[in-house]
Ligand binder design. Structure first.
Ligand SMILES: *[C@@H]1O[C@H](CO)[C@@H](O)[C@H](O)[C@H]1NC(C)=O
Ligand SMILES: *[C@@H]1O[C@H](CO)[C@@H](O)[C@H](O)[C@H]1NC(C)=O
Ligand SMILES: *[C@@H]1O[C@H](CO)[C@@H](O)[C@H](O)[C@H]1NC(C)=O
Length: 222
């Protein structure tokens, strides 16, 4: 386990170094820093998360891939974990509730924090660069400290369209470091039923209100 964590931390360090390229003017003609952008209103795609954290002095690793459906117009987020057991997380920011559905079980928890939508105005533009090289993806790297979004973040989005590509989140308080990468993103929501909370088993009879969790830390509660 410790060995795995060390490997993970090395990977995290490597990937964050890659995601934070040195300050070099990649685009000689493009000196005007872009304005902070907002991710599209509705999209779906794969998200991979590797999170290293320390819980009660013990190293812990979360390594998961899930299918994400993001709907800012209706303030809803659905995450379906790939693999087994098949677990689904639905966040409803109208009710500020999160539902974790696993088989015939459902737990409902209050969430705190805002649904991520825009690079905050306080963010610092690190640089515009090509991810992977000249035939690569033209991107912008933003750095921001936002406890509501999980701590200190470097967010990489496409220069055109503001589509999320990668995030590195460092949270000193939670003693965690998270790398999120996004793939195969498509615009729109193919099936709005993806946000439906199945009844039964939801809502669960355990009405947890004291277990409020930060919207972006839902996975640590799984
Ligand atoms: C994450 O999970 C994948 C698939 O199970 C595995 O191949 C990979 O080695 C894991 N990575 C880490 C850092 O444990
Ligand atoms: C449902 O909850 C019960 C009791 O906590 C547990 O034993 C069971 O493994 C859970 N099933 C799933 C699919 O999560
Ligand atoms: C859950 O608790 C909240 C706050 O105490 C209360 O307003 C709400 O009616 C409760 N819901 C259920 C289903 O018991």
């Amino acid at each position: 386990m410790v060995k795995r964590l060390i490997i993970a931390v090395c990977l995290l360090a490597m990937s964050s170094a890659l995601l934070m390229p040195p300050k070099m003017p990649v685009l000689a003609g493009d000196r005007q820093p872009p304005l902070p952008c907002c991710v599209p209103q509705q999209w779906e795609g794969l998200q991979h998360m590797i999170m290293g954290q320390v819980i009660s002095g013990q190293p812990n690793l979360v390594n998961v891939t899930y299918r994400q459906s993001y709907d800012f117009s209706n303030k809803k987020l659905a995450l379906e974990l790939l693999g087994s057991p098949r677990t689904k997380v639905i966040q409803d920011y109208n009710k500020m509730m999160q539902y974790v559905i696993s088989g015939q079980n459902c737990s409902a928890t209050k969430i705190i924090g805002d649904m991520f939508h825009c690079i905050p105005a306080s963010a610092t533009h690190l640089q515009t660069f090509y991810f992977g090289g000249m035939q690569g993806l033209l991107m912008d790297a933003w750095q921001v400290t936002a406890p509501g979004l999980g701590g200190d973040l470097v967010v990489d989005v496409t220069h055109d369209g503001c589509i999320p590509v990668a995030e590195v989140i460092t949270n000193k308080e939670a003693q965690s470091m998270t790398v999120l990468t996004y793939a195969d993103i498509t615009m729109g929501i193919r099936d709005p039923q993806v946000f439906n909370v199945p009844s039964p088993p939801c809502p669960a009879n355990n009405n947890q209100t004291d277990g409020a969790l930060n919207a972006r830390f839902w996975l640590s509660g799984l």
